[in-house]
Design a binder for this molecule. Structure first.
Ligand SMILES: C[S@@+](CC[C@H](N)C(=O)[O-])C[C@H]1O[C@@H](n2cnc3c(N)ncnc32)[C@H](O)[C@@H]1O
Length: 243
């Protein structure tokens, strides 16, 4: 095994371990640090992804199932599969998802256990920042999408250089780790989440990465002072990357 592969495996293992540790407080903490707005953003992601009104949707890195639940509520003609590699995270949302009719699947975003051209839509919420190879993750999403299918990605975005950026940085560097200790009971994990937000790609770079993976008609939209971004891309009907 090459050194870089070893590093990627180690990173994936520590990410999985970290989400396992914070799983029981994940929903509460998310609600607190987004001031309750994350539900609205996830509903928006689900709305865009299910615009065709029927089909099969895969939610990658689904965690406790926030996006999957919104998707299945939004369109009863959509079948939804939630996929994650952290069993404790999946366990936290398992009951409500099963009751709603969401199917759960354990798997790796970099090696999706599905055939090519299976899904009408693929969603991900706060996944891309956590994978060792974001381009490979988008390529996998592209592979399992049917031609014409849609990828919808919700992510945090680093603060730019506006008048409000210093306040956003202060919130990320000081408030989130403090809340992480008080509410999430894990200051390190939330310190990591804040640090990866600051060092993550700018929205145009993320859009370029989606284009490199083969997506077309890419657009993105910022929310909450552009600290949150939704990127959308379509797998074209016929593409030079298809074989
Ligand atoms: C920040 S949480 C987001 C959960 C959910 N999508 C949401 O929006 O609340 C990131 C999730 O991605 C999962 N994850 C990270 N890397 C993964 C990978 N390579 N394969 C599958 N799941 C992964 C983690 O286990 C975690 O549940």
């Amino acid at each position: 095994m090459k050194g870089s592969e070893r590093v990627n495996l180690d990173r994936a293992a520590s990410i999985r371990l970290m989400f396992g540790k914070i799983s029981h407080r994940y929903n509460l903490m998310n609600m607190v640090i987004t001031l309750g707005l994350e539900k609205k953003w996830k509903r928006y992601v689900a709305d865009i992804a299910t615009s065709s009104r029927k089909g099969l949707l895969l939610d990658v890195g689904s965690g406790t199932g926030g996006i999957s639940m919104e998707a299945i509520r939004m369109s009863r003609f959509f079948s939804v599969i939630s996929l994650d590699f952290s069993l404790p995270m999946m366990k936290m949302g398992r009951l409500r998802q099963r009751e709603a009719g969401v199917n759960l699947c354990s798997g790796d975003a970099l090696m999706l256990p599905f055939a090519d051209k299976t899904f009408d839509a693929v969603t991900s919420g706060y996944l891309i920042r956590n994978v060792s190879n974001p381009l490979a993750a988008f390529r996998e999403q592209y592979r399992v999408l049917k031609p014409g299918g849609k990828a919808v990605c919700l992510e945090t975005s680093p603060p730019g250089f506006t008048r409000l950026s210093p306040i956003i940085r202060w919130y990320l560097r000081s408030v989130i780790p403090l809340l992480g200790r008080a509410v999430g009971r894990d200051r390190d994990a939330y310190g990591y989440l804040a640090a990866t937000t600051e060092s993550f790609m700018r929205p145009d770079a993320l859009a370029s990465l989606m284009a490199e993976a083969g997506f077309e008609k890419i657009w993105y939209k910022g929310m909450m002072l552009d600290t949150q971004m939704i990127h959308v891309g379509i797998r074209p009907d016929c593409n030079k990357l298809d074989v």
